[in-house]
Each structure stands twice: as structure tokens, then as C-alpha cells.
Design a protein around this ligand. Sequence first.
Ligand SMILES: [Zn+2]
Length: 278
Amino acid sequence: MLNIGSHISSSKGYYAMGKQAVKLGANTFAFFTRNPRGGKAKEIDEADVAKYLELAQEQDFAKIVAHAPYTLNGCSADEGLRKFAKDTMADDLRRMEYTPGNYYNFHPGSHVKQGVEIGIDYIAQMLNEILKPEQNTIVLLETMAGKGSEVGRTFEELKEIIDKVELSDKLGVCLDTCHVWDAGYDIVNDLDGVITHFDSVIGLDRLRAIHLNDSQNPFESHKDRHAKIGEGSIGIEAFGRIINHPALCGLPFVLETPNDDEGWAKEIAMLREMFIQN
Ligand SMILES: [Zn+2]
């Protein structure tokens, strides 16, 4: 079974997201925990969550992958912005416990002229303040394209963050195919080599989810512009190898492609078709 889904609007709550996922042919999905530009989150409606959990079990959903607002920057030079990122993530993680055992993904941040080492320290410090031993949510660091001063452009940078976090058993990695390609990891011509490298630097047990996106830009461009599957520089054959790779095929795959619902339903159906049942 290929675990695949897309981003879904969270404005109508969990049950509506679950229903929408089913409608798209998905058995996992991603959603922004609040407006992607930040702002206040809706309080959890426990009846809605209970209905969702029942649906998820009935439909045999894989783990879902919540996404932090992409504007959070836990390694900003500005103390107020660092605090905002920390408080927002702590609140998101509190709400994630209503749907235990899932993933919460975030972009590590941008160090903006402070240097990558300071960036890594701030991110680890933030995680050390918000992770709790009793939490049932795994927090995923996303691999980044290396646009501007993004932290997380190499597997080594993510590993450094993980090593500085005390409760690192609460951490994993979400690999974004567009980002790693733009960052200079050749998943088209040497997927095995990239996976082996990930394993030797971070460890494959940390790899928990895949953001499945084609790229509008060439290899190693450090740009981060997602394209529809098969319509970018990564190409359809590479996606066939990615979803069928034995080290990846059980993970939740999340589409963040520039699409509407109809486009996502088509991509999901196409990828299911390309998945070799075993
Ligand atoms: Zn992504």
C-alpha cells in the first residue's frame, strides 16, 4: 500500500480534512496547524477529533504530517521572533496530542548572516525547551533547498541539530524531493547513493516522511520552487523509483505540488498506478 496524500485546508477541522483526503484517494495528508503566515490557531473541537479518529481507523490512514507555519524562524537574530516561533510550536505540539502518534514538520529556519553554527544552536535550544518526554508526536526537521541562509541544506546540518537535542527520540526528518534536488543531492541519477549517504550521516530510522514535489529549477539551483509531479527537472521516472524504493516505500508521501483538488486526485491516482504492489 502506497501511503500518499496532499496538503488539505484545516479551516473546517479534522473530520472535514479526513473526508477530503478520502475523496482525493489519499490515506494520509498534511495540513497547516494555523494560517501559514502565523496567527492564532483554532481551539481543538474534541467531538470533531473523535469523529476524525474513528474515520482514520476505519480508512486505515497512515500517519499524518502536520506542517508548522513556514514563517516561523526559531534561529532569527531577533529574540522576539525566536520566542514567537517557540511559543507557536509549543502550542501546536500541545494540540497535536489530541491526535497522538503523528508527525509535526517544520522548516528549521534561516540564520540570516549570523552563521550556520549559531542558527543550529538556536534551533536546538528551542527544541530543548519545547519537547516533552511524555509527548506522542514526533517532530520532523525538513531538508531545505539552501535558499538564502536556510539551515538544513545538508544532512550534516540536520544531524548537528539532532545531536544537540536531549530528547532526540522525539525527532525525525522529512525529506523534500524538490529541496534535496535543489540542494545538490542527485535523487534522479543516484537515488541509492543519496539514501546511503542519508543513512550514514543521520540514520534511516530518522527518516519518517517524504514531501513529494518536482522542481521548477535545475539540479543544485538552491531555489525551492515546487512543480507538479513529472513536470519539472526531476521527472516522472525518478518518482517511480522514489515511491518504490525499499527504504522509502512504507513512509507517508505528501504532495506539495502547485495543484487544485482535481490535480491532486490525479497525481495520487497516477502514483498509485506507478506503485508496484509486493
Ligand atoms: Zn516541503
